[in-house]
Design a protein around this ligand. Sequence first.
Ligand code: SF4
Length: 343
Amino acid sequence: MNDMTNKPKSGEPAGDDTKLTFRRFKNGENMWTGWKDLTEKIFQADHSYKCPTYVHRTPPCQGSCPSGHEIRGWLAIARQMDKPSVPGMKWQEYAFQRMVEANPFPATMGRVCPAPCEDGCNRNEVDDFVGINAVEQYVGDWANSNTLKLPAAGTFTGKKVAVIGGGPAGLAAAYFLRRKGHAVSIFEAHDKLGGMMRYGIPGYRTPRDMLDTEIQRILDMGVDVRLNTKVGRDVTVEELEGAFDAIFWAVGAQKGRGLPVPGWEGTENCITGVEFLDAFNQGWVAGTAKKVIVVGGGDTSIDVASVARRLGHITHKAEKDIDAHNVLGFTAHDVAGDRKSVV
Ligand code: SF4
């Protein structure tokens, strides 16, 4: 354990096995053979029955995060163990800078990510996981209300990249490409950016002003945006290939899964959760049926159930509610009648 045992003898070169580190214990070492009572004190301390063992691997929280967040790094900042070197910089800004090395949407991800990092947290072995997701949301919100900026774009490389889709993947790609100095044009079929963060998740979970702030921060790095532009309809792949050095496809997963039962397709007012949320988030749904059945128990089905509950159903239908341009046949008039289903 003792540093002295690792020290090279006088005149000997310091090889890897003799290198001094901050670690108090070598890998696999779990017993102290020095003072007798110290074993008890160290390994059966108040809350934990053993000391942490330092190993040089990716921390389990970081390894479980799909974004590859350096969680341990920004938690150390939140704990004030790692302090900013810039005088006057707040820890929240320092933590934000660390977060956006991996992900430019801390406020959004802090709200909607199912937080697999917390499942991987070492602390589960002791009592419960660290509230990683909550720290991320707090720092993201702080950055929004203090108008923090992302790192500046890199020096222009002369390369142009077309990003197809302005959802989380497309916007994140645009952000990292701009940091490397490439010119970026985003082609988005909708009239707003955000993809599933806007059209798949209700506004009470991803508040639109928060979303707009996080998106604008990326656009401020100098990203060209073409809204209402669908590849295959408004622009061809050949045109894009001629005008850009590379194309990044970020079209997302916008199709819901139907029920695996015969007759599901074509059943009136029986739609996928993704379709329902898309229609609601585009402002096309004013009310639901009196009774709605949601099949499934994941995040999407909870969103569908809570949106349907919040909308309520329409009891007094008026003819003027009929919209000639109704979409999915899902207008207030249409849904006010019989029992319908939403999957
Ligand atoms: S909550 Fe944040 S840190 Fe955790 S897995 Fe999701 S994005 Fe990664």
